[in-house]
Ligand binder design. Structure first.
Ligand code: MLT
Length: 321
């Protein structure tokens, strides 16, 4: 009798679990953006939220949890209930770099379930309008003669790591000013309070187009189709300085597979919209082919990037705080 009661209880509980996945999403879904509002990760999350929520049939709430190079926001998502209602939006820096430089208290691979690969963006080397350099060579000479301030999105962010690699490659030295995201850093670049940034084209290109900042090179092999006037790093005299900041969506470990499938299907539907694809292309963002947007592709990409970058980052002795 007791055995039967036990079996009944197990069956009842598993029914509750699967009913939850069937009904998902029954309430708004929170996207945790690990940087301040107004930067590239935040803008991507907000741009995607509208078509994705239409595909899911539920609203999406954006929660900015900034600080420590995005590691606090990712931690918030890792520790949330694995029910599909708290999703980690992140990028190469938050889901690869931070594991090599911070004592995170969570495991970037084992504590998260991949959902979808989102677009990647090369960076632009950009300065405030008043910097008197007309090309990258002149900019490097100017940096060597002046006390410049370079803004980053936080220790370990893509903008920070790029700045350190640039120092190593060119010998230019400058002060680093860490913000809680590329949004506030860009505000200060436009305002002339800092001199330079290595910033994703998605964030910086609109300001370059409006003439508020100057662009010297794109960290890509090819020029951007939407900004062909900006030379590549190879053309500008900084060969092989390629950096592409890819993005993704993850759920806390243990999120039911049906829920992951629903989220991926909704993301795939959103990413397939021509208007969204045009917007990405205008901002220099590169969207992988559909078969490279699935959870297994994100798992493989993240693992390959960890294998590639952790030895480089550890050798560079970059330390989070
Ligand atoms: C980064 O530099 O890692 C991100 O661009 C920061 C941000 O999205 O604000």
């Amino acid at each position: 009798m007791r055995k039967h009661l036990f079996a009944f209880l197990i069956a009842a509980f598993s029914c509750v679990g699967s009913a939850g996945a069937e009904d998902y999403p029954a309430k708004p879904v929170t996207f945790v953006v690990p940087f301040a509002a107004g930067g590239p990760t935040d803008t991507l999350a907000r741009t995607l939220a509208e078509p994705l929520s239409a595909a899911l049939g539920q609203s999406i709430v954006i929660e900015n949890v900034a600080g420590a190079g995005g590691s606090i926001g990712v931690g918030r998502a890792v520790r949330a209930a694995p029910d599909g209602y708290t999703i980690s939006v992140g990028n190469w820096s938050t889901h690869v770099v931070n594991g090599a430089i911070y004592a995170l208290g969570y495991d970037l691979i084992n504590d998260l379930e991949p959902i979808a690969v989102l677009p990647s963006s090369p960076q632009l080397i950009v300065t405030k309008k008043g910097v008197p350099a007309d090309n990258l060579g002149e900019l490097i000479s100017w940096l060597k003669r002046n006390q410049a301030a370079v803004g980053t999105a936080g220790i370990g962010s893509a903008s920070h790591v790029s700045a350190l690699f640039f120092q190593g490659k060119t010998g230019a030295q400058f002060a680093l000013v860490h913000y809680r995201g590329a949004g506030p850093a860009m505000n200060d670049l436009v305002g002339g309070h800092i001199d330079l940034m290595f910033d994703q084209s998605a964030n910086s290109l609109p300001h370059v187009r409006s003439g508020r900042i100057k662009a010297y090179a794109v960290t890509n092999k090819m020029r951007l189709a939407s900004a062909p006037e900006i030379p590549t790093v190879d053309e500008a005299g900084l060969p092989n300085f390629y950096i592409a900041v890819w993005h993704g969506l993850w759920a806390p470990k243990g999120t039911p597979p049906d829920v992951i499938t629903k989220l991926n299907t909704a993301a795939m539907k959103a990413l397939a919209q021509p208007s969204l694809q045009k917007r990405f292309a205008d901002l220099g963002q590169d969207l992988p082919e559909p078969d490279q947007r699935i959870p297994a592709a994100l798992a493989a990409l993240q693992k390959a990037e960890i294998d590639k970058w952790w030895p480089i980052l550890r050798a560079a002795k970059i330390k989070g705080e």
